[in-house]
Design a binder for this molecule. Structure first.
Ligand code: TXA
Ligand code: MG
Length: 350
């Protein structure tokens, strides 16, 4: 399959390209598109055979449901059994934006889109290209992150090309995404909303709107056979770079010392090493391929660069990645959730 790559200026959208994308989607084929979080791999959410193609293109297990993307609030009602009051409040505050809500689904949403669950995940992305594409398609769009299953989510159209070239009909290149990690997922089917996946919209931002919010315990630590996270995708090894990745946590001076020592050991043995640090510490590392994730003063820069750096180290085929931890104030929970998974929970306390 020939994959068409089209650059789109989000401030001056070429609607003829959007029409083309809409037509491709209505035909049951796939179009990758930018959102404010990561790139999505879109198909018609109401067409079971279209969502089946997503699973095939990603190599994704079929029990891992897709998020349905809408561009207007009136698209919600035909998809869900009820819209609880707390969901309404959250939608009002955060849509369009990086918040996915879980509702009880109507039969209009095929089982193939929800992995057989009787609930459906829905979000309205805050990206002009995504919204224009969904408008043009005139159907809700099922879209997981546009990476091969198990790889870091794509934050640029080039990342999508790397994973999906030849597998999908079209990629809309709207430039690098902003946030860089996937949306917060909140289940609003129960009395107390529950976070199933941490993201940019954090617990206290949610609590300011709806009061008490719970966190699915299963997402806080390493998964074993006995944990059953409520978002099925959270149980898979995700966001994983190819290298063996360890993080170092503790006093920053100790962290720098430990990483330098370990990097030297590996390099002396003939291995290649990548180091993930911050702008503040970059000059302190003497060995290996040192990449800064950005300044600790700007949390968004950190989440924005995270997957790109993991992909860069994949491209460079380093044997080991050694990284600092990033428990920053607002976004730290979401950032560390991704980093811990990428590192397979290998953390050395120093
Ligand atoms: O930011 C995002 O959410 C991106 C962009 C493209 O919108 N999408 C994304 O999709 O991250 P994906 O497929 O990579 O992750 C979807 C997550 C999975 O962990 C899945 O298990 C969970 O959402 N999910 C989907 N439907 C669900 C449901 N009905 N109940 C619980 N979890 C659900
Ligand atoms: Mg994903």
């Amino acid at each position: 399959m020939n994959t068409i790559l089209k650059k789109i200026d989000k401030d001056n959208i070429d609607y003829s390209v959007m029409e083309m994308a809409g037509e491709i989607l209505r035909r049951g084929e796939m179009v990758a598109f930018p959102t404010e979080t990561v790139y999505g791999l879109g198909a018609n959410a109401l067409d079971e055979s279209a969502s089946a193609k997503i699973y095939e293109a990603k190599g994704r297990p079929s029990d891992n449901p897709l998020i349905v993307h809408i561009s207007k609030e009136e698209q919600l009602e035909p998809l869900v059994k009820e819209i609880p009051e707390k969901a309404r409040l959250l939608m009002e505050k955060f849509w369009p934006g990086p918040l996915t809500l879980i509702f009880k689904k109507k039969d209009t949403v095929p089982d193939g889109t929800t992995g057989g669950l009787d609930t459906v995940a829905i979000r309205m992305p805050d990206n002009a290209v995504a919204l224009a594409m969904i408008d043009a398609a005139k159907v809700p769009i099922a879209a997981p992150s546009a990476n091969t299953s198990g790889r870091p989510s794509p934050t640029t159209a080039n990342h999508v090309m790397d994973d999906m070239n030849g597998r999908i009909s079209m990629i809309l290149d709207g430039g690098a995404v902003g946030i860089g990690i996937e949306s917060t997922i909140v289940d609003v089917t129960g009395e107390i909303p529950m976070i199933l996946r941490p993201g940019y919209i954090n617990k206290s931002m949610l609590e300011n709107v709806v009061g008490e919010v719970a966190i699915d315990k299963a997402i806080l630590g390493p998964m074993d056979e006995n944990s059953h996270p409520k978002a099925p995708g959270m149980k898979y090894k995700h966001y994983a770079p190819k290298a063996d990745f360890t993080m170092y946590d503790g006093d920053i001076e100790n962290v720098i010392k430990a990483i330098n020592k370990r990097a030297k050991d590996y390099i002396d043995k003939g291995y290649t090493v990548g180091i993930i640090c911050s702008d503040e510490t970059r000059e302190r590392y003497q060995y290996g391929d040192v990449e800064s994730i950005g300044t600790r003063q700007n949390e968004i820069t950190i989440s924005h660069n995270l997957y790109r750096i993991l992909r860069d180290f994949d491209d460079k085929e380093v044997d080991y990645i050694l990284g600092e931890t990033f428990n920053t104030k607002e976004l730290g929970g979401a950032i560390m959730n991704r980093l811990l998974k990428a590192a397979g929970y290998q953390v050395e306390n120093v």
